[in-house]
Design a binder for this molecule. Structure first.
Ligand code: ARG
Length: 587
């Protein structure tokens, strides 16, 4: 199969309308042709209405001129009718609609182009903290970031996945001291299993904290250990490395289960920037962006003020000489622009960090690291809520472990799949339940508008009906079963002389819009647009299948419909893939 970009019919018609506008009124060059799908024809354009107003002419006059401009010589347009006060109803030739289907089927990438080719995009996502359990708060960043990484990679971008692990800080000195004083307490993956390492470390950290608060002598030893770590004492640094490595194993096992793209190559934690913090600070001071204040170095915002009307500040270097979260993020943006030469930077974290990133971006602009040639976005998202509608906590009020959450969803999916397929052997049931359960978690997240909060409800998100991952997986599996019954034909000849039924026509247009949706995601960074598109596609398929027999149809209609099924199945599986969701052939 070749790789050829197939221009969506909607985009093609839009450019024809644009050209017609220029021919009719050259002064309107560049105007939006306002082409949409329509239920009166295939497409409609409302351009004449607003453009006529703009140049002070009657809309129906302009509309009728555009109609005659459009009616000449394009193989795609069958008919144009002006209607109402300046609408154009545009009907396409049957042949052009079928040709589109055939062209997409013939292409391994379904005709999707690479509009982001040549762009380097750094996506900062997931970023759990070493020696701490991955919790519900890391779910959204991990799956939203991963989906964006997949979409941009498909669109041709050079994507750098940056997993900004929280692997540095004074807490490690305390933890290392405690671990050394309690050699009997196990925490290595080899001793207790990969999934238990970080919870063991988390427990040791809490115990260390308690002793630190209660026992001044331990607190002193811990402080000495912090200094040892920062000054590169070998045994201390080795121990720190070991803690990081064990934690990374645990993160890796969650990533495997979630099926995200992150690998150890993408781990570029906070510690990576240590060596750059002095230079970053000096540069900010030299450029007059940062100032000394009370022994600390800070950047005072020129735009944002705090509650007492004083400027909001970023802490570049603390009074004690230490560096923190702000310092490191200033270093990330400097490094990613200057060293990685990124064209676009995305930081995927929850909405509560909006101010932090606003200040980081402002400082980076003032320092000249960020220019107009670089796009930067804080890809903010809402909170996952528990059944009580409040931020999700365990019954005891603790943080919810990500693994437990996934287990709950897989159990819910297992029950639902078993009910539908009572004869499924246990091993197969387990495999499908895992794909359905994980898919359901990801879909529930990615189908919600990013900025909104949503409730984590395993039984709702694994339902077979409604806008769920399971519904889409099922829709895909059902089409695959039709194709199995058709004998899994490899390529089928599409006869462009057939007139598609209305439901078939609607489905074909929906299939043809797939890459427009992907382009929108590249713009808006909103994967829910893809989720909703796939849901619409699955429903359009159902309407088609209810009214248009496939296997029982006569040739050449039968072959054409098999081709429709093929493109529908491939588009669904492909789209689910971009959401990081499996598309099993049976469910
Ligand atoms: N480690 C942080 C946390 O768990 C998230 C880091 C996000 N990325 C960044 N560059 N600040 O909340």
């Amino acid at each position: 199969m070749s790789a050829a970009t197939v221009v969506p019919l909607l985009a093609h018609v839009a450019s024809l309308v644009s050209e017609a506008i220029v021919r009719a009124r050259p002064q309107l060059a560049g105007a939006d042709p306002v082409v949409r799908r329509s239920d009166r024809a295939d497409f409609q354009s409302n351009a004449a209405l607003s453009l006529a107003k703009q140049i002070g002419e009657p809309p129906n006059q302009l509309a009728s001129e555009l109609t005659s401009e459009l009616s000449i010589g394009d193989a795609v347009i069958a008919q144009v009718q002006a209607s109402g006060p300046g609408f154009l109803n545009i009907t396409l030739t049957d042949a052009s609609i079928w040709a589109q289907l055939a062209a997409r089927l013939a292409d391994a990438r379904l005709g999707i182009g690479e509009p982001a080719a040549g762009q380097r995009i750094v996506i900062d996502y997931s970023a759990p903290n070493v020696a701490k359990e991955m919790h519900v708060g890391h779910l959204r960043t991990t799956i939203i970031g991963d989906s964006l990484a997949r979409v941009f990679t498909l669109l041709g971008a050079d994507v750098v996945r940056a997993n900004h692990l929280g692997d540095w800080g004074t807490q490690f000195g305390m933890l290392i001291q405690f671990i050394d004083e309690h050699p009997d307490q196990p925490w290595h993956a080899d001793d207790i299993g990969t999934d238990a390492t970080v919870s063991a470390l988390d427990g040791l950290y809490k115990a260390a904290r308690a002793q630190f608060d209660a026992d001044p002598e331990f607190a002193d030893r811990a402080r000495t250990r912090v200094v040892a770590l920062q000054s590169g004492d070998t045994t201390t640094v080795d121990r720190w490395r070991e803690i990081v490595a064990e934690s990374e194993k645990a993160f890796g096992s969650i990533y495997d289960r979630l099926g995200v793209l992150l690998t150890p190559d993408d781990y570029v934690g906070e510690s990576f920037y240590n060596s750059m913090l002095t230079d970053t600070t000096t540069e900010l001071l030299d450029k007059g962006v940062a100032v000394h204040s009370d022994g600390a170095v800070v950047v005072e915002s020129e735009h944002v003020t705090g509650p007492d009307d004083s400027p909001a500040v970023l802490m570049v270097r603390k009074r004690d000489g230490g560096y923190g979260y702000d310092s490191t993020d200033l270093a990330t943006i400097r490094y990613r622009t200057a060293n990685l030469h990124a064209d676009r930077l995305l930081y995927v974290t929850d909405s509560r960090q909006t101010l932090h990133f606003q200040l980081i971006f402002e400082a980076a602009r003032r320092a000249g690291w960020l220019t107009d040639a670089v796009d930067v976005d804080h890809v903010a998202y809402g909170t996952i809520l528990g059944p009580d509608g409040k931020p999700f906590k365990t019954r005891a009020g603790g943080t919810v472990r990500l693994m437990d959450l996934l287990d709950d969803a897989v159990a819910a999916a297992r029950a639902i799949v078993a009910e539908k397929n009572p004869d499924l052997p246990a091993a197969e049931l387990d495999a499908i339940a895992e794909q359905a359960g994980i898919g359901a978690v990801k879909y529930a997240d990615l189908s919600t508008s990013r900025v909104k909060d949503y409730m984590f409800d395993p039984s709702r998100m694994t339902a077979f009906n409604g806008n769920t991952g399971v519904y889409l997986q099922y829709a895909h599996a059902r089409i695959r079963s039709i194709l199995r019954k058709a004998g899994e034909p490899d390529t089928v000849a599409v006869d462009t002389a057939v007139t598609p039924e209305p439901a078939e026509r609607a489905l074909l247009f929906t299939l043809d819009e797939y890459d427009l949706v992907l382009a929108e995601i590249a713009q808006t960074l909103e994967p829910h647009r893809l989720a909703n598109y796939l849901y619409d596609l699955a429903r359009a398929f159902t309407t088609f299948y209810d009214t248009c027999p496939v296997l029982a149809a006569r040739e050449p209609v039968r072959s054409n419909r098999i081709a429709v099924c093929q493109l529908a199945a491939r588009t669904l599986a492909h789209g689910l893939g971009l959401l990081g969701i499996a598309a099993p052939v049976r469910l």
